[in-house]
Design a binder for this molecule. Structure first.
Ligand code: GLY
Ligand code: MN
Ligand code: MN
Length: 436
C-alpha cells in the first residue's frame, strides 16, 4: 500500500518546487458528554498518508536532506492505548507509514516554524479547518519575525487543492478496486432493502436492513447519512429523518452508499413499497429511467462534463410535456428552465474519497472533458410536490435513479449495476422475496 502513497507524495512534491505542503487530518468532534463522533480522516491527508489516526499533520518538504515526508502524530502511550485504542506511535509512523521523520503532535508548534523557514511557498488548504488556519498563520508570523537574522519567510500561500485535487480526480487502479468494493457492498444492501421492504415497516427499519449489509460487507461506515424516504418524503432531496411508516401504494426512495477504506459509493433506487408500481408511478419512473440511460450513454473520454446533464434534461422535459406536466415545446421549456420545478438539481458529481469529490468541473470557464479514470454519478430525478396546477394523481411522487460510473479508455463502466432499476426487474426481485 505504501508504495502507492509514496508515489503520490512524489508527484505532489515534483509539482511544488521549493515549497512546503502542510496537510492536517480532520479534527475530532465531540457529540455529547464524553462521546465523540466516529473519527474519519481528512480525505487529502488520507490520500497522501493512508494514516488513519486523529491528531496528525503531514508535511512534505521536497529536497530536505533529513527526509522529505514528516509526520506529526500521537506518541505511543500504553495507558492511553488501554483506554482508547492502539496508536502507531513515532516508530510506527516511520516503519509502517514510511515517514522519514516523525515528531510528537504536541511539539508541532516548536518544530513546524523551523521547517517553514527559507521555504518560499506554503501549499495548504486555507479555510478548511479554522483552528489550524489560525495556528499556521501564527507560525508564519513567528518565522517572519526572524528575518533580521537572515532567515527568509514564505512569500506565497498556495491552495494545495490546485495540485492535489487534480490527482485525486483521476482514479488509480487501487482506488478503483476500493470503489468497486464500495459499489458492490452498497448494491447488495439496496437489494436487501428491496427484498425486505413491505407496507407497515418504518423507514428506519429499512435503513437498518440496508446498513446491516454495509457492515456485513466490511464497510466501517456509510459514505453519507442514508436517505430512506417514503411517499412525499422523497420530494425532500436531503431527507434523513427516516422515521415515518411506509404505506401501501407509496414509492420508497433510498439514496445510500457504503464507505470502504474511505472511498464512497452513492446509489439511489426508487421502488414501490408493496412491490408493484401504479400506472402513474410507472409513467414517471420510465421517464427518469430513460433520462438516466441517455445520460450514461453520453459518458466516454472526450465528451463534455455537461453532456450527460443536457441529455437527461432533454429526456425529462420531453416526458413531462407528454404527461401534461409541462406545456410548450421542448426547446422552450429547457431554455426557460421550466423543468426545474420538477428537477432542481444537477445530474451528477465527481465521486471518490468524498461523496461529492474534489476536482474542477470547468476549466477556463468551459465545462471540462471527461477522461479515462474519472468517476462520476448519474442521478436524474423528478419530484412532483402537490400544487394547484398539478393533477392530483401525480402529487407527492419523488423518483431518483443514481449509478456510479467509471470513465474508461473507450467508454464507461457502471459500477453499481447489480441493483435492478428497470420496473419489471424490480418487481420480479420483490416478488421472489414475497414468495419465499
Ligand atoms: N447522496 C448524495 C448525492 O447523491 O449527491
Ligand atoms: Mn450523488
Ligand atoms: Mn446519492
Amino acid at each position: 500500500m505504501t508504495i502507492i502513497h509514496e508515489r503520490r507524495r512524489r508527484a505532489i512534491m515534483d509539482l511544488m518546487g521549493e515549497g512546503i505542503a502542510i496537510i492536517p487530518t480532520a479534527p475530532e468532534s465531540q457529540r455529547n458528554s464524553d462521546v465523540h463522533y466516529p473519527f474519519r480522516p481528512d480525505s487529502d491527508f488520507y490520500y497522501v498518508t493512508h494514516f488513519p489516526e486523529p491528531q496528525a499533520v503531514a508535511v512534505l518538504i521536497p529536497g530536505r536532506a533529513e527526509g522529505e515526508f514528516v509526520l506529526f502524530c500521537r506518541e505511543s502511550n500504553p495507558e492511553q492505548e488501554t483506554w482508547h485504542g492502539r496508536r502507531a506511535g513515532l516508530e510506527g509512523a516511520c516503519n509502517h507509514f514510511d515517514a522519514d521523520d516523525a515528531f510528537p503532535i504536541e511539539d508541532i508548534g516548536d518544530i513546524l516554524p523551523g521547517l517553514i523557514e527559507n521555504r518560499p511557498k506554503i501549499y495548504y488548504n486555507l479555510g478548511r479547518y479554522a483552528d489550524f488556519d489560525k495556528r499556521l498563520l501564527r507560525w508564519v508570523g513567528e518565522v517572519k519575525s526572524k528575518v533580521r537574522s537572515g532567515i527568509s519567510a514564505p512569500e506565497e500561500l498556495i491552495d494545495l487543492g490546485h495540485i492535489l485535487h487534480e490527482l485525486r480526480l483521476i482514479k488509480q487502479r487501487e482506488e478503483i478496486r476500493h470503489m468497486k468494493r464500495a459499489a458492490q457492498v452498497s448494491a447488495t444492501a439496496h437489494r436487501r432493502a428491496m427484498t425486505t421492504c413491505h407496507p407497515g415497516m418504518t423507514e428506519g427499519q429499512v435503513q437498518a436492513e440496508l446498513e446491516y449489509e454495509f457492515g456485513r460487507g466490511g464497510a466501517k461506515s456509510w459514505a453519507y447519512p442514508s436517505i430512506v424516504a417514503g411517499g412525499a418524503n422523497a420530494c425532500i432531496l436531503h431527507y434523513t429523518e427516516n422515521a415515518d411508516v411506509l404505506n401501501d401504494g407509496d414509492l420508497l426512495l433510498i439514496d445510500a452508499g457504503a464507505e470502504i477504506d474511505c472511498y464512497a459509493a452513492d446509489i439511489t433506487r426508487t421502488f414501490p413499497v408493496n412491490g408493484r408500481f401504479s400506472p402513474e408511478q410507472q409513467a414517471l419512473y420510465e421517464i427518469v429511467l430513460a433520462s438516466q440511460l441517455a445520460a450514461i450513454d453520453m459518458i466516454r473520454p472526450g465528451q463534455s462534463w455537461n453532456d450527460p446533464h443536457e441529455a437527461a434534461v432533454m429526456v425529462l422535459t420531453q416526458g413531462l410535456i407528454e404527461l401534461g406536466l409541462l406545456s410548450g415545446n421542448v426547446d422552450q421549456c429547457i431554455e426557460e428552465g421550466a423543468y426545474r420545478r420538477f428537477y432542481m438539481h444537477r445530474t451528477g458529481h465527481w465521486l471518490g474519497l468524498d461523496v461529492h469529490d474534489v476536482g474542477e468541473y470547468k476549466i477556463d470557464n468551459a465545462w471540462r472533458m471527461l477522461e479515462n479514470g474519472m468517476v462520476l454519478t448519474v442521478e436524474p430525478g423528478l419530484y412532483i410536490t402537490a400544487g394547484k396546477d398539478v393533477d392530483q394523481r401525480w402529487h407527492n411522487i419523488g423518483i431518483r435513479i443514481e449509478d456510479d460510473v467509471l470513465v474508461t479508455s473507450t467508454g464507461a463502466e457502471v459500477l453499481t449495476g447489480d441493483v435492478p432499476k428497470h420496473p419489471a426487474d424490480i418487481e420480479a426481485l420483490m416478488a421472489t422475496a414475497r414468495v419465499n
